[in-house]
Design a protein around this ligand. Structure first.
Ligand SMILES: [Cu+2]
Length: 358
């Protein structure tokens, strides 16, 4: 999607002396523009002055099985050997076995000038986590399973993207934004305790919907293309601007590097491959209401390094009336995970999206 628009942008810059409408027409004619970036990539491009883009992306992330550092660890081992610093000397008698997170991401972009584009993002999330409860304070007798759920709107972000450099083949953008703590961090649900009681408790950090802090978003993106080939690299950082949120903790800063390459098979269809490297720090501080004997209640069991490989395609239907429409899908699988403490491990990550420019 981006390279198509970079061509538009270049054409637009040349034509900006005439009029915006002439500019838009040129973009629409230029439909043999080069390839598109993977659908999950955001904030990599700018728009010409006065242009809009809206997007919807659906993302599902699956997690199953646990890991300590880089090695798998069984529920029985966790329940009998991993201690809970929040409730010594108890061990983690409740073990998460699986988590699904669905995100419905809504985005819009607007070209404020030919160099500066404003981007806003919001998302609706649905999370569910399956658990296994062991009976009593010790041993490996399984008491039962339960699932906790949370859903709602997450944090909303607004960013500015500035075009630092552009040439016919290369493009460099900087982005800077802020994420507002609009997502709830007080969700609760019923759990199955080792005593066989079923209390309703504040859910652990990973089941909450926002960071609770104002966060800075900073990124830099390079993209290039030649004939049917395209490529790009993006670095994004999420830096917490407050030392703790209203419940007394701060998520670790996050750093993401993505590199990708694409090949355009036709004017409508292109395929891409990517590598995603993500590191995040532990949670600092703690929410005093999150104290259950479960690994997700320990702030040290957050963050780590994950490397994923992905592949996908984008499709831009070549229909006169809906120029500017694009579909994309992408699948990612982790090839390396070194997680802090004990955590559920990442599995498959799927994105499908729809983008419309006008
Ligand atoms: Cu856009």
């Amino acid at each position: 999607m981006n390279n198509f628009y970079k061509i538009c942008l270049m054409g637009g810059t040349i034509l900006s002396f005439t009029s915006i409408s002439a500019n838009a027409q040129t973009c629409h004619k230029n439909h043999d523009a080069p390839n598109n970036a993977p659908i999950s990539i955001m904030g990599d491009h700018t728009h010409a002055k006065g242009e809009w883009m809206v997007s919807y992306r659906f993302n599902r992330m699956n997690m199953e099985g646990n890991r300590q550092g880089t090695r798998s660890i069984s529920p029985e081992t966790i329940a009998t050997t991993i201690s809970n610093p929040n409730a010594p000397p108890a061990t983690m008698r409740v073990v998460p076995t699986k988590m699904n997170m669905d995100m419905h991401m809504f985005g819009s972009m607007y070209g404020l000038t030919d160099e500066i584009t404003i981007m806003a993002m919001g998302m609706y999330m649905q999370k569910e986590m399956d658990h296994l409860t062991f009976s009593g304070m010790m041993g490996t007798t399984r008491l039962g399973h339960f699932t906790t759920r949370s859903s709602g709107w997450g944090d909303i972000s607004i960013s500015g993207i500035y075009n630092l450099y552009k040439s016919p083949k290369h493009n460099l953008n900087l982005s800077l934004g802020v994420s507002a703590p609009t997502g709830s961090i007080k969700n609760a649900d019923e759990v199955l305790a080792p005593t066989n009681a079923r209390p309703t408790l504040r859910l652990p950090y990973s089941m909450q919907l926002g960071s609770g802090t104002w966060d800075a978003l900073a990124g830099i993106t390079y993209t290039g293309h030649k004939d049917k080939l395209s490529w790009g690299a993006q670095y994004n950082a999420t830096i917490r601007l407050e030392s703790e949120n209203s419940q007394g903790y701060q998520w670790g800063d996050k750093h993401i590097f993505i590199g990708w390459g694409g090949y355009k098979f036709s004017n409508e269809f292109s395929a891409n491959a990517l590598i995603n490297v993500e590191t995040q720090g532990r949670i600092k501080g703690s929410d005093t209401l999150i104290t259950a004997p479960v690994q997700t209640a320990d702030p040290d069991n957050y963050g780590g390094k994950v490397i994923e490989l992905g592949a996908g395609f984008t499709y831009s239907p070549d229909i006169l009336t809906i120029k500017g429409l694009e579909f994309g899908t992408e699948i990612r699988v982790p090839i390396y995970q070194d997680l802090n403490g004990v955590q559920l491990e990442q599995d498959m990550n799927i994105t499908a999206g729809l983008i419309y420019r006008f």
